[in-house]
Design a protein around this ligand. Structure first.
Ligand SMILES: Nc1ncnc2c1ncn2[C@@H]1O[C@H](COP(=O)(O)OP(=O)(O)OP(=O)(O)O)[C@@H](O)[C@H]1O
Ligand SMILES: [Mg+2]
Length: 503
């Protein structure tokens, strides 16, 4: 592989070529991540460019030169700030789409900066012409947790149908996730072009953010989502990430009203949770934490606003996305008279694709037992477990189907401080080493330093802080976060306003 910062790969071989090797495995240790753009310009070659300066513009005259005729001289800008990457449109003529949403509101007026996550798709497109040859597609990619590898396959050099799934041969595209069915989808060739067809999979196929129910002719730049894998179609090629990780959650202006809209219990909250982050939701009792969690995990949708998981609207695509979500409510929903192993076995039989073999199922259960530190308890009846062990079984139950994002409502309530610390450390490990995005409501703050971010809710479901635990002390001007509760109660409006400016 070429080691220059920028190089090209022509569409001239059919091998699965890894575009990346230079990625940081140290995402969570606050070491600056390496970020790359994969650019498919009007020349139809795939370029990989490293974002190696704090600010880099794209455009005909940009730091990164784009050749397409529909791109403005300075079209957009990538900014790095404190290890996070942002993109904004610089007020271009044709605008920029980020994960399917047009972000440039007015010509000549720069858009706001959008925080980027691994696998985000940026498009500069001819309006209403998704397969125009001058269209430009850019994928943002970082090395977080495990190595991120983008590859491509030339479908013209493959047999038709081309198989995609959990256990297809090396000649197809293998998706290493129990969220995928054995043969999940096929792509077949006709005189009109390539079609994709869902093969009656358990968790479905989405094209450009919508689940498909019929065979669909692929257009250039279509973004296909299968389980946790994003696949981009372009001129008979598919470009895909072979080791995706975590999920990014964008929460846009969500509110919840009850009693015929008379009473607001969640008030216009917007924030973005990045892949593999461990996020705490805190605030006084009745502030709206459970309401917030149930809105952002799709369980009880918000009255207004949107929630996007990796660019897909969660409420519109819940049936497609629910297999990627693990939800651990406050009360454990376990069967007392089953052993831990049998309980997980029944869960696996219910939640995993029906085509999974007994051996695969056993392997998955054993992996989960190991990850959750439950091996030594696997033959015990659930009834006999301690509170902390039961909580770990509740998480293990959700782990069975290998979701990418977890929501936990007060998992440590009722646990002694030592057990709480051990559980929180386990959650930290799940996010930073296994690569899950985890959101946890908690009342206890002794382990708050383990979290990457805190969502602080004030009474009435109002956001009064979102950021790191360390910066929270400065934000509230306190020495411990517990001191912030009283301040927030007495000066709610002040902190809500300050938070709007801070974000
Ligand atoms: N369906 C509903 N109808 C009316 N009020 C509701 C409804 N759901 C929640 N509430 C109210 O909204 C507020 C927030 O409730 P929520 O359960 O989200 O709080 P919380 O922060 O999780 O509290 P706790 O820390 O005690 O669990 C509370 O005042 C609650 O009574
Ligand atoms: Mg609650």
């Amino acid at each position: 592989m070429n080691t220059d910062n920028s190089y090209s790969n022509g569409f001239n071989d059919d091998k699965t070529v890894s575009f990346f090797s230079k990625v940081s495995p140290y995402a969570k240790q606050n070491i600056k991540e390496t970020a790359y753009l994969i650019i498919i310009d009007s020349e139809r070659i795939i370029k990989t460019v490293e974002l190696n300066k704090n600010e880099m513009t794209i455009g005909k005259h940009g730091d990164i030169v784009l050749h397409s005729s529909i791109v403005s001289r300075i079209h957009g800008k990538f900014t790095e700030y404190m290890g996070e990457y942002y993109y904004n449109d610089e007020g271009s003529l044709n605008g920029t789409e980020l994960n399917g949403t047009q972000i440039r509101i007015e010509k000549n007026v720069p858009s706001k900066k959008y925080n980027l996550g691994n696998g985000d798709v940026i498009k500069i497109f001819v309006p209403d012409n998704p397969s125009h040859p001058e269209n430009v597609l850019i994928i943002f990619s970082t090395g977080s947790v495990s190595n991120s590898k983008w590859s491509y396959i030339n479908l013209y050099n493959k047999a038709s149908p081309f198989f995609i799934g959990r256990s297809v041969t090396a000649d197809g595209l293998r998706i290493e996730s129990v969220q995928a069915s054995k043969i999940h989808a096929i792509i077949y060739r006709t005189s009109n072009g390539f079609y994709i067809a869902d093969q009656n999979s358990l968790n479905g196929v989405a094209v450009n953010g919508k689940r498909i129910f019929e065979n669909r002719l692929l257009s250039d730049y279509d973004v296909i989502c299968i389980a946790n894998t994003k696949i981009i179609y372009l001129s008979g090629y598919i470009i895909f990430n072979t080791s995706p990780n975590g999920v990014r959650l964008e929460i846009n202006n969500i509110s919840k009203t009850v009693n015929s809209n008379k009473h607001t219990i969640l008030d216009n909250i917007s924030l973005t949770i990045n892949p593999c982050e461990l996020v705490a939701v805190i605030g006084g009792s009745g502030a709206g934490k459970t309401t917030f969690l149930n809105c952002i995990n799709g369980y009880e949708p918000a009255t207004s606003g949107t929630v996007c998981m990796d660019g897909l609207n969660l409420y519109d695509n819940y049936s497609l996305l629910k297999s990627r979500i693990g939800n651990v409510p406050q009360s454990d929903d376990l069967y007392d008279y089953l052993s831990v192993y049998n309980f997980l076995k029944f869960t696996a039989m219910l939640r995993l694709p029906k085509d999974i073999s007994k051996q695969e199922r056993q392997n998955r259960i054993n992996d989960v037992l190991e990850i959750m530190g439950l091996e030594e308890h696997k033959n015990k009846l659930i009834k006999k477990l301690s509170g902390g062990q039961k909580k770990r079984v509740s998480i293990a139950m959700e782990m069975v189907s290998d979701p990418d994002i977890f929501f936990l409502d007060e998992p440590t309530s009722g646990l002694d401080p030592e057990t709480e610390t051990s559980l929180m450390k386990q959650l930290k490990k799940l996010s930073s080493e296994i690569g899950k995005t985890i959101i946890v409501i908690t009342h206890t703050l002794q382990n708050i330093h383990l979290f990457d971010k805190i969502v602080f809710l004030a009474p009435g479901g109002r956001l009064c802080y979102y950021g790191t635990p360390a910066s929270a002390l400065e934000f509230f001007n306190v020495t411990t976060i517990s001191d912030a509760y009283e301040k927030v109660r007495n000066n709610t409006d002040y902190f809500v306003e300050k938070c709007k400016k801070y974000q």
